[in-house]
Design a protein around this ligand. Structure first.
Ligand SMILES: Cc1ncc(COP(=O)(O)O)c(C=O)c1O
Length: 462
């Protein structure tokens, strides 16, 4: 069939089903249900191809931090493309936006995280981190120090290596690298062992990490990778002190600490980076993407410490890693302008004021019988729906409770992300107080409507 660039929702749906493979989708269901065609956006709202408007409760996908329709972003990207759309940054070639953005990032990152490698997505940033870690230990002659420890419920991306570090829940039916990636328990306080205090839980998790390093052998353990707050695993906020304590364990055994700030950076938690400012750790490598350009262009950064750089820049070996679009000038121009806007409008300060309002407004949903927990921080939030609040038992997966709630929300003008029994929210950071109230109200109505539906269908006690 010839491409048809005429605008018709029906036609787009049909050809979408015919030709497009959607990330993380149920392909069988997709054939039947089709999808929403998103056509335009402004501020914190997006519109579909039939002109229906929705508050964007997911910020594109955890990324449109500054909101949509920013003309100066369009100008910055277009200006750069007019000058030169692309040129390689391989070997000794460079361009001004890449240099300026790297300089800016180095000024914002904690500690001596000063050397920036650009990519075009979070998975690539994390893959890059591991390749650099392995090369670093090779250069030090520690050829066995290759194992990586990650955590259950982690999400680090979808390339082969990033998916291998992602939690096992995402592995069903797919192959991942085995042998050198290990997973320890997630710091998931809501589902900690019965009767255990949160402090006790933290101590148990920290011991588990230390024991895992000892089991693998510190001489074989290269890195520990952690999201400051787990995102796609269910917005899991660790017990207080967890990150600092795990970082100290890593220091003790010369295990490099990689902070995956693909979601948590650039204001989502009220700071440019969460690692040091919120969790008191100075990672050896910080990976970021998404909010770095607010999704206006694909961009990521793997930022490494001077200590690592000194070793890998010693004469005697080349940096054999890179992608065609590493340091892409138009993407870096978008990153620079985005950070300028974040700083000029003090969006971090704004999030520190409005984030707690968002937490409170959503927190009130815990009164509903279906809601086991509302958790998260600032503009990273999640509702965990359960069959029984006392036992925390889940509804059968076939009920698709998260999807039902998201469908009701969409009818009422809000996009939220369903993830099995969870509903996840990661809106643009410029939400007004009124919009915060609207999100909470729509979510509340949608959860109530879902409770009615599943009770009526005999799927829940009601
Ligand atoms: C914490 C984290 N790391 C890595 C990734 C992968 O990023 P990308 O999808 O841009 O490859 C994601 C994506 O959601 C993420 O949430």
């Amino acid at each position: 069939m010839e491409p048809n660039f005429e605008f018709s929702t029906q036609d787009l749906w049909e050809r979408d089903t015919e030709y497009v493979l959607h990330p993380f989708s149920d392909l069988a269901a997709h054939k039947k249900d089709g999808c929403t065609v998103i056509a335009s956006a402004e501020g914190v709202t997006v519109s579909d191809s039939d002109g229906n408007r929705f508050i964007d409760g997911i910020g594109g996908l955890w990324c449109v931090n500054i909101g949509y329709g920013r003309e100066e972003m369009v100008e910055a990207i277009a200006d750069q493309i007019r000058k030169i759309p692309f040129y390689s940054a391989f070997t000794n070639l460079t361009n001004a936006p890449a240099v300026n953005l790297a300089t800016k990032l180095a000024s914002l990152t904690p500690g001596d995280l000063n050397k920036v490698f650009f990519g075009t997505g979070g998975s690539m940033a994390n893959d890059t981190a591991i390749r650099i870690v392995h090369h670093y230990f090779n250069r030090l002659g520690k050829l066995e120090k290759k194992h990586v420890i990650s955590r259950e419920h982690a999400y680090h991306g979808s390339t082969f290596l990033a998916m291998s570090m992602t939690g096992p829940a995402y592995h069903a039916g797919w192959d991942v690298a085995t042998g050198f990636v290990h997973h320890v328990s997630a710091p998931y306080p809501y589902r900690r062992p019965d009767g255990m205090s949160v402090d006790g839980f933290r101590a148990q998790l920290v011991d588990e990490l230390e024991n895992k390093i000892l089991e693998i052998g510190p001489e074989n353990t290269a890195a520990f990778i952690a999201e400051p707050i787990m995102g796609a695993g269910g917005v899991i906020v660790p017990p207080p002190g967890y990150h600092r304590a795990t970082w100290e364990v890593c220091q003790k055994y010369d295990v490099l600490y990689i902070s995956d700030e693909v979601v948590t950076a650039f204001g989502r938690l009220g700071h440019m980076f969460a690692s040091r400012d919120i969790f008191d750790v100075e990672p050896d490598i910080l990976c970021t993407a998404k909010g770095i350009s607010s999704g206006y262009q694909p961009l990521s950064a793997t930022i490494i410490s001077e200590r690592i750089y000194e070793v890998i820049s010693d004469p005697g070996g080349a940096f054999l890693h890179g992608f065609t679009y590493t340091g892409h000038p138009a993407c870096c121009a978008a990153g620079l302008k985005n950070i300028e806007i974040l700083e000029r409008e003090d969006i971090c300060g704004r999030v520190r004021r409005t984030g707690p309002l968002f937490e409170d407004a959503l927190g009130a949903l815990t009164d509903l019988d279906l809601v086991g927990e509302v958790r998260g921080s600032h503009f990273m939030m999640c509702v965990e729906n359960v069959a029984d609040k006392g036992t925390k038992k889940l509804l059968p997966a076939e009920v698709q409770v998260g999807k039902r709630i998201a469908n009701h929300c969409q009818k009422l003008g809000l996009i939220v992300r369903p993830l099995e029994h969870l509903n996840i929210l990661s809106p643009p950071l410029i939400l007004s107080e009124e919009q915060i109230g609207q999100i909470a109200e729509i979510l509340c109505k949608s959860i109530k409507a879902t409770m009615d539906d599943i009770a009526r269908e005999g799927l829940w006690k009601g």
